[in-house]
Design a protein around this ligand. Structure first.
Ligand code: BV8
Ligand code: ZN
Length: 258
């Protein structure tokens, strides 16, 4: 039994090394690259993912709190959740996966990073051409006059925070479930898919739409798509390569000699 396990682990390791070699060769000869990241890339920075076993806050799941209805019903509870996440993100540092993407961006003439994450770690690592498709944890949008304020206070001096302009309470400047992704963001995503030759999809469960369809649109329009995740996702079999491993280990191996 033990021997079988060792043999199985060896086969997986050899498969992963072959996949990394194949993916590196593709990356090296490609000039236009698009990357999509999800919560998994921040997991090694200590930020819990949404759907992993550490994805609960008190007894709530993200889908129960990240909605306009939850906010209207209990703005203070929703803000306490975001306050908790702001605290985690403030402590978090970018990990080798974030820095590998900065290295990739520095080595390629055309590079776009779409992130579903709102933690700001890609910016902190030095990524430049970023599309934050679900917003940003460090911005507060006024529910009335709509102004957006950059605010990194942890803790916030009051919950919910008040708009400096009109005094109405603000909301996190993020896209909640049931809310549309702003059209200019969708336009930029479609342009980035059209322009790229290769797409990397890193650390996302491929559950939330429309983010989950970005890789499928890329595949459908003839792009090469490589996934990096610690486990298979619903779309893994549709991609050209699905490399099983931690992004903090795989991405530096893929992007080292760019
Ligand atoms: C919309 C911001 C129009 C807030 C978030 C079909 C079409 C369109 C919409 C829908 C549709 N079907 C259903 C919908 C509605 C909904 C939806 O998708 N629901 C899901 C639950 C089924 N979508 C919407 O409402 C979107 N709006 O489309 O408007 C509309 C409106 C109403 C009805 C119809 C249409 C808006 C969605 C945006 C929601 N906001 N975040 C906040 O953060 O507080 S979503 C949130 O979860 C994240 O931003 C992220 O995008 C998303 C998914 O999370 P992941 O990043 O994938 O993280 P997860 O934990 O799931 O997975 C982590 C992965 O990492 C795992 O695979 C794990 O294996 C891996 N991993 C872990 N560690 C590592 C690792 N990988 C590598 N290395 C590691 N170390
Ligand atoms: Zn206001």
């Amino acid at each position: 039994m033990k021997l079988d396990l060792i043999r199985y682990q060896l086969i997986i390791k050899i498969k992963m090394e072959d996949q990394i070699k194949e993916a590196k060769a593709i990356i090296e000869k490609t000039s236009d690259i698009l990357v999509l990241t999800g919560a998994g890339i921040s997991q090694e920075s200590g930020i819990p993912t949404f759907r992993g076993e550490d994805g609960l806050w008190r007894k709530f799941r993200a889908e129960e709190l990240a909605t306009l209805e939850a906010f209207q019903r209990d703005p203070k509870l929703v803000w306490e959740w975001y306050e908790w996440r702001r605290g985690l993100s403030k402590e978090a540092k970018p990990n080798p996966g974030h820095y590998a993407l900065v290295n990739l961006e520095n080595g390629k003439p055309n590079f776009t990073l779409i992130t579903q994450n709102i933690d700001g770690l890609h910016q902190l690592a030095g990524s430049r051409n970023i599309i934050e498709m679900h917003g940003n944890l460090w911005q507060i949008r006024c529910a009335s006059c709509g102004i957006v304020e950059e605010n990194h206070d942890v803790p916030l001096n009051e919950l919910p925070p008040k708009c400096k302009n009109c005094g109405v309470h603000g909301r996190p400047n993020v896209v909640w479930f049931g809310e549309m992704i702003p059209m200019p963001v969708i336009d930029n995503i479609l342009i980035a898919i059209d322009k790229c030759q290769l797409m990397l999809i890193v650390g996302t469960s491929g559950v939330v739409e429309p983010a989950a369809s970005i890789g499928l649109v890329a595949k459908h329009t003839g792009k090469t798509v490589i996934e990096v995740n610690i486990e298979p996702t619903p779309n893994s079999s549709l991609y050209d390569l699905s490399i099983l491993g931690k992004s903090g280990e795989i991405l530096p191996a893929l992007c080292s000699t760019v």
